[in-house]
Design a binder for this molecule. Sequence first.
Ligand SMILES: [Zn+2]
Length: 416
Amino acid sequence: MAIVKYTNVSVYSSEVEGFKDNQSVTVDTETGKIIGVNDDVQAVDEVVDMDGKYMTPGIMNAHTHITSIPTYWWRDGEEDRHSNSREFNTMYAVKNMEDMINHGVTYIRNVGAPYDIDVEIREMQKKGFVKGPRVMASGQAFSITGGHGSDGGYEVDGVDEVIKGVRTALKNGVDNIKMMVTGGVLKNGETPDDIQFNMDEVKAAVREAHHKNKTVAAHVQGAEGVKEAVEAGVDTVEHAFNIDDETIAMMKEHGTTVVPTLNAMYAIYQYGEGTVPDWARKKVIVNIKKHFASIKKAAAAGIPIAMGTDAGTPYNGFESESAYEMQLYVDKADMTPAQAIDSATFNCARAMHVDNEFGSIEVGKYADFIVMNDNPVEDIKVFQRDNDVYQNGVRVHASRVVADVKEDKRVTEAAI
Ligand SMILES: [Zn+2]
């Protein structure tokens, strides 16, 4: 427990201001918070020279499934994750948590976990029993009977069942409600364009969650589903394959944030041939270009983008994928590297309603940050390297000496 001053460090400030050289950041490791930036606090226990390196806030990922296995789901063409036991899912969650923090992810919003496992993991992380990012938990997701994700969560139909379900989830300690509003890719017999929950049901969920100051995240893919969710007042729309001008106007009116999860689609496109069933991969092939164009349009229109990967879908894991998602925003959605950084820090914090304590390097916020040898505004791929990671002002992952020669495992780019 100590006051530590990190000096001679280049600190990321914002998209407009970029990095500021030769800064100092003073932290109190007892509270875990930043107590000074370029301050003249004299009574420090330790001074650490950061050698001119680059510091950004830790990565925040607004869309994860920590209980899932990113690969090897598909045996004989059947998805097997939902037949897994509570113990199996919990063990994976613990492993995935550690992988994430070692790759710079310091806060996640988990949006769907069987048995409410993420609620328990959140508490275990707080107590220090589980190494990993802080967790905002959604518990089990909400689906219509037989709808998207219905094997692992609440199956509810009609306004009364939605109200009962949301109140039950809140009673069980969730921070966010996840509503599967449309069909999706990874369930056979439905399409991303299918509307599942109707407007009244989504509005009921939003009303109940907002009464308790909790947020609602909507899985929505097709154009009409996105409009329904935005109109119903959800806080974030996840995926969003078809954002058009009308949707952008609606999002501006309602203050909606978009969580793209581009790598969920791209990973299946790149690596899923022969393992991910054809019925699922076909939906990716039909929608992936639309998805990229949709996010590009939203970003260009100034709609807030909060980084989320959908970690836990096939070939989309818990290591450098969060950093890779940021690269996809630059490569496929025409965002600047600084906009990609903001999407994974401040925009997530704001969408998760924790921006008073997270998402930037400022006095009063938690001292969760990444320290890199090179400037990620010049090359967003720097985030994918093995970097130093700090949580509560303490280094929790040290990069190896050979960090800079580590090759990105994704050596091929799929042509889209
Ligand atoms: Zn998801």
